[in-house]
Design a protein around this ligand. Structure first.
Ligand code: SF4
Ligand code: MG
Length: 332
C-alpha cells in the first residue's frame, strides 16, 4: 500500500499570553496508507483534534510538515488548496452543532457542491444529493426536512453524506460516534466501513478510548500530551502494548474480550493530565506513570522502532538507557 498522507514532526502551539505557549501538538510523525483506517487515540486534551485540524490545514502549523500525496498542504496556492479540499473532508463529533439548523438536508449536502461548482444543472445536483442520502441509509424524502427532525444517528448520517459530496479520498473523522447512544454507535461504524469499501476511502479516525477503534483501525497511534507515545498495528497494540499509557488505556476498556483469556487488570492513572503549557520535563507521561524512573525526568524518550512497524517512546524499551546503572533508580 502506498503512503497517502505523511506527517513529519508536526507541531502546533497556541499563544496563551505572557509569552507562554500551549503545546497542543509537539512533534508527531506518522504515515497513513491509502485505503487504511488509522486510529488516533488519547484522552481529551491530548492534542488529537488539534492534530486533525492542523493536518486538514484548518490550523496553521507551528513547525514540521504535512504532505498529502507528496504535496505540502500548508504551502499550497489558493487554487491548489481549493482542489485539495475536495479530496480531504472532515466529519465532526457533534452532528447537530456542525449542521446549520436553518438549512434543509438538501441545502446542507448540496452546499459543498455549489461552492466547488460540481454540476451545471439543478437536476444533476438533486440526483447526486438523493444518491448520497441513499448511500448513507437515508432516503430522498428526507431532503426537504431540517436537522432537528432527525435523531442523533441520522444527523451523523447527514454529516457523512455532506462529507462525501465532493467524492473525497480521505476523511478525518473526529470522534464521530462519541456523542451517539451506544446502540447507534455500531450502526454508524458499520456505515463508515461499508462506505470505505465502496468508495476506496482512507480514514483518520480520532477517538478518546480504544474500545471501538481497535476493531475498525488497521493501525493505531496513541497520543499523550501532544506527543505520540506508541504506534503499531491494531492487533499488535492490543496483544503486545509496549507503552505504560497504552496499557492503561487498554485496561480501561470495560467489556472483556472473549479472545483474551483473562481480562486485564485495571490500571488507574494517578493524578491529572498535566498542562500542555508547562509539560513535565523528560518523558511527558512521567507524572502519571507507574514505572517512572529517575531518568524519565531528565531525558526525553527516543521514538524507537522495537519491531517492524511497532514504535514506542519509553525508556523501559531503550536498551542504551536501561544499561545505565543510575537510570533505573526509582524517581522520588
Ligand atoms: Fe514511564 Fe519513564 Fe517510560 Fe515515560 S519513559 S512511560 S515515565 S517508564
Ligand atoms: Mg476533541
Amino acid at each position: 500500500k502506498k503512503v497517502i498522507l505523511s506527517v513529519k514532526n508536526l507541531k502546533r502551539y497556541f499563544d496563551v499570553g505572557r509569552g507562554q505557549k500551549l503545546k497542543a501538538v509537539d512533534g508527531i510523525s506518522f504515515d497513513i496508507l491509502r485505503g487504511e483506517t488509522f486510529g488516533l487515540v488519547g484522552e481529551s486534551g491530548c492534542g488529537k483534534s488539534t492534530a486533525g485540524r492542523t493536518i486538514l490545514g484548518l490550523y496553521n502549523k507551528t513547525d514540521g510538515e504535512v504532505l498529502y500525496e507528496g504535496q505540502s498542504i500548508h504551502d499550497m496556492t489558493d487554487d491548489e488548496r481549493h482542489r485539495f479540499l475536495k479530496k480531504m473532508q472532515m466529519i465532526f463529533q457533534d452532528p447537530y452543532a456542525s449542521l446549520n439548523p436553518r438549512s434543509t438536508v438538501y441545502e446542507i449536502i448540496a452546499e459543498p457542491m455549489q461552492i466547488h461548482k460540481m454540476y451545471k444543472t439543478q437536476e444533476e445536483m438533486r440526483a447526486r444529493v438523493h444518491e448520497l442520502l441513499e448511500d448513507v441509509g437515508l432516503n430522498r424524502d428526507h431532503a426537504n426536512r431540517y436537522p432537528h427532525e432527525f435523531s442523533g444517528g441520522q444527523r451523523q448520517r447527514i454529516g457523512i453524506a455532506r462529507s462525501l459530496a465532493l467524492d473525497p479520498d480521505f476523511i478525518i473523522a473526529d470522534e464521530p460516534i462519541s456523542a451517539l447512544d451506544v446502540s447507534v454507535q455500531a450502526q454508524v461504524v458499520k456505515l463508515l466501513q461499508r462506505l470505505q469499501k465502496e468508495k476506496g476511502l482512507t480514514y483518520l479516525f480520532i477517538a478518546h478510548d480504544l474500545s471501538m477503534v481497535k476493531y475498525i483501525s488497521d493501525r493505531i497511534g496513541v497520543m499523550y500530551l501532544g506527543h505520540m507515545v506508541e504506534l503499531t498495528s491494531s492487533k499488535q497494540l492490543y496483544d503486545k502494548p509496549l507503552h505504560p499509557y497504552t496499557e492503561a488505556l487498554l485496561s480501561a476498556i470495560p467489556i472483556p474480550d472473549p479472545d483474551i483469556e483473562e481480562s486485564r487488570e485495571r490500571i488507574l492513572l494517578k493524578g491529572e493530565l498535566p498542562s500542555p503549557i508547562n509539560p513535565p520535563s523528560g518523558c511527558v507521561f512521567r507524572t502519571r506513570c507507574p514505572y517512572a524512573m529517575e531518568v524519565c525526568g531528565e531525558l526525553k524518550p527516543k521514538w524507537l522502532e522495537k519491531e517492524k512497524g511497532h514504535f514506542v517512546a519509553c525508556h523501559l524499551h531503550d536498551k542504551e538507557v536501561m544499561k545505565r546503572s543510575d537510570a533505573v533508580r526509582e524517581a522520588v
